[in-house]
Design a protein around this ligand. Structure first.
Ligand SMILES: C[S@@+](CC[C@H](N)C(=O)[O-])C[C@H]1O[C@@H](n2cnc3c(N)ncnc32)[C@H](O)[C@@H]1O
Length: 300
């Protein structure tokens, strides 16, 4: 199966350079406010797509277990160093376009600052939909091409692409901004209903961030976030979507092994050999190393 290209964070110091030392306390706090408003109070099994170094993971307090999924092993190693080994966390290296999970598994999923890297966003969202249970909550963050700065730059002739058209814009290699209407359309086609939309990071302006304390700006941002229900012109948008409910309760998976299926042929259950899992269908082997299940490339 061929899949779209991946924006590879292997070996990246993204958490340190972008968040810890990159002057983004305001954005981080504004996102924390949005997540608090969107997350359900309780849940069983959450899939964090593009978890990175686990910056947001401690915020998912209501969920019993969390699967941190990222393409980059080094990001997951950083997350593991931050969060530790506990039955609550399962670390999985895999491609979002080829998820290694059985269908209808997770009652929650988050995808923060990750759709941003999807060259084929509908394909990625289809994968996410497939692994969600009926009545599951999906919290999605996306970068908004219809943001105020892009609109002004376009009107002033300083930007060639239009923020008003529905197609994504790739403003740097494998970095995409999306139109809110396109996102809503894709989610609706997959059977999601959007329950809440928040606009976030309204004050992402260097001079303002230098002038005013991060906590104060984030507080102001929090006051404005609910206007996202009416219009979206901020650089970042968070939303909560749900899948249609069902009266049938699905059995909860009993072991970590029973979460997985082969990302190549779809066979399940995989067989546990300690340092790797094997597929009963196509005989591919998938490594389990340093606490991380690795489904990116089969072992030779
Ligand atoms: C900008 S970081 C965001 C990390 C985290 N969500 C946060 O907000 O701090 C994007 C993450 O998505 C991951 N990623 C990008 N493309 C991916 C793919 N196709 N499958 C899995 N992870 C991917 C990258 O490795 C990176 O860790």
């Amino acid at each position: 199966m061929t899949t779209p290209p991946v924006c590879d964070y292997e070996g990246s110091d993204y958490q340190t350079s972008f968040w810890d030392q990159g002057g983004r306390q305001y954005e981080d706090r504004a996102e924390a406010i949005a997540l608090k408003r969107l997350l359900p109070a309780r849940g069983k099994l959450l899939l964090e797509l593009g978890a990175g170094a686990g910056r947001n993971t401690p915020r998912y307090t209501g969920y019993e277990r969390i699967v941190l999924l990222d393409y980059s092993r080094t990001q997951l190693q950083q997350a593991r160093a931050r969060l530790g080994d506990s039955p609550r966390y399962i670390y999985v290296a895999a491609d979002i376009y080829k998820l290694p999970f059985i269908d209808a598994l997770f009652d929650g999923a988050t995808m923060i600052r990750t759709l941003h890297h999807m060259a084929e966003a509908p394909k990625a969202l289809t994968q996410v939909r497939q692994v969600l249970t009926p009545g599951a909550t999906f919290i999605l963050e996306y970068a908004n091409k219809l943001n105020l700065k892009a609109i002004l730059r376009y009107w002033l002739g300083k930007q060639s692409w239009s923020p008003f058209t529905l197609e994504p814009v790739e403003f740097a290699a494998l970095n995409f901004d999306f139109h809110p209407h396109a996102i809503r359309q894709w989610l609706a086609e997959l059977g999601f209903s959007i329950e809440k939309t928040l606009t976030v990071s309204h004050f992402r302006i260097g001079a303002l961030k230098r002038l005013l304390p991060a906590g104060f700006l984030a507080g102001l941002d929090g006051l404005i976030q609910p206007t996202g229900a009416l219009f979206q012109v901020s650089p970042s948008v968070f939303l909560r979507a749900v899948t249609s409910p069902s009266s049938q309760a699905l059995p909860a998976p009993e072991t970590v092994l029973s979460l997985f299926r082969c990302p190549e042929c779809g066979a399940q259950p995989l067989q546990d050999h300690g340092d790797h899992l094997s597929c009963p269908g196509c005989a591919q082997k998938w490594a389990f190393r340093d606490g991380i299940y690795d489904f990116r490339e089969a072992l030779k």
